[in-house]
Design a protein. Structure first.
Lengths: 279, 157
């Protein structure tokens, strides 16, 4: 009883998600309209809020899309918009680019050309998260680049099923490997490369651009914590589904597309996963 | 030769630096450096291999200010604080008037929900210079003993 994980799971199911009362928080935690408090019912993350009529509400702290924690301190959800990429025009959906999906759907490559930026009105309005950042850099050398390849592509992410990712951003070349470390842990390895023929200046720029990606990356630091939020947000809701239908619903009718505002690549990954796992 | 008064000033600079970060006064962080300075976080593995790759790299105060702006307004992360504990430092003076130093550090990270982790241990390799009568960092390398960073690194070490 005190060490059996199956019984523990049943306790979560039958008791905490069952017909019992649970203390969520104190009334003073949400004293004013608009206040909120993050808490738990068993393992299920919950938010308690007070609305502008003074009424109290509680909801599961999980977004309807992929199940990330919605609320830690401020409400946010940014699995799609990389704030730094969009603000500093490194990689945005309003550049020429696309996504190429392998015939078997398992792998894909997503790419963009920085010089083809054609600014969307939506980015100009202060409605997307990126616009909160004043788009001037005091250290502009961060984005001091040279054209690495002749095809104009300045950003490409190539994902190989199941856990290898080769990415190229400006002049940053990296092999990413994602190793499972248990049911709720993944370790990301970032292997950055340069060429032996690189000049000192080129090496300096490649090192400088590590500021964009990796665990302290102005762009990619969010990737780690967002997945962490999904892992935590879905605790206690294992019977619920995630929503992966941006840009289509198909499982086998997926094709390469020009818009990168799509989850076609994610659906492709799960196509491979299901085929191997026979789910 | 580093006399007792100079040692005191060097120690004070390092203490003020750590306290500024631990207290969340990130706007003060670039001011501990001269304008033309370098701040790098590297893993011990990379550093000992003689490779240049970093986890984080700034080569001007402006880049540090950009980091602060990003963490205040753009980046998404779970709220947390650091607590730096510094070792006694070893300082050496060079003939050109600069001073170098090594100080070991450990950084405990506390999350909003109370979870505490030993986030980083390692050593600072520093170069100090006088600027307008004030001691500042010309270079600060933070060498992390571990190559693994838990989730993300958003605040400077």
């Amino acid at each position: 009883l005190f060490s059996d994980e199956e019984i523990y799971a049943q306790e979560q199911e039958k008791i905490f998600r069952g017909p019992v009362w649970n203390l969520l928080c104190m009334e003073f935690d949400v004293a004013q309209p608009g206040d909120f408090k993050t808490t738990f019912v068993g393992e299920t993350p919950v938010i308690v809020t007070r609305d502008h009529d003074g009424e109290l509400h509680a909801l599961v702290n999980r977004c309807a899309h992929k199940g990330a924690l919605v609320c830690l301190r401020d409400a946010y959800h940014a699995t799609l918009l990389h704030t730094f990429y969009t603000t500093f025009k490194v990689n945005r959906l309003d550049m020429d680019g696309g996504i190429i999906i392998a015939p078997d759907k398992w792998h894909h490559i997503s790419h963009a050309k920085r010089k083809t930026l054609n600014e969307d009105e939506e980015y100009q309005k202060a409605e997307v998260h990126s616009a909160q950042f004043d788009s001037k850099l005091e250290g502009p050398q961060l984005l001091d680049t040279w054209d690495e390849f002749e095809d104009g592509i300045t950003h490409s992410i190539q994902a190989f099923f199941p856990n290898l990712c080769i990415h190229f951003t400006l002049n940053s070349l990296c092999v990413g490997r994602y190793l499972p470390r248990g049911v709720d842990k993944t370790e990301l390895f970032w292997i950055y490369l340069g060429y032996e023929r690189d000049t000192e200046e080129e090496t300096e720029k490649r090192v400088m651009q590590v500021n964009l990606t990796g665990s302290a990356g102005l762009v990619s630091m969010e990737d780690g914590c967002i997945n962490n939020f999904v892992q935590r947000g879905t605790r206690g809701s294992e019977d619920r589904s995630a929503f992966v239908e941006m840009g289509g619903r198909g499982r086998d009718d997926e094709s390469s597309e020009n818009s990168r505002a799509t989850e076609a690549a994610v659906r492709g990954f799960w196509t491979g996963y299901r085929r191997i796992m026979r789910f | 030769v580093i006399d007792a008064a100079m040692r005191q000033r060097l120690d004070d600079l390092q203490t003020d630096y750590a306290h500024a970060i631990d207290d969340g006064q990130f706007e003060d962080w670039p001011g501990f450096f001269i304008e033309d300075s370098r701040y790098k976080i590297m893993t011990r593995e990379t550093h000992e291999a003689g490779l240049p790759m970093s986890v984080l790299y700034c080569n001007s105060r402006g880049m540090m200010s950009d980091r602060v702006m990003a963490l205040r307004t753009a980046n998404i992360y779970e709220p947390h604080t650091y607590c730096h504990v510094l070792s006694r430092a070893r300082y050496e003076s060079a003939e050109d008037g600069t001073i170098t130093g090594r100080t070991n550090f450990s950084v405990t990270r506390t999350m909003q929900n109370g979870r505490m982790d030993l986030f980083a241990v390692g050593k600072y390799l520093d170069t100090f210079v006088e600027e307008a009568g004030e001691l500042k960092f010309a270079e600060r390398l933070a060498i992390l003993d571990s190559r693994r960073i838990d989730v993300l690194l958003v605040f400077p070490i």
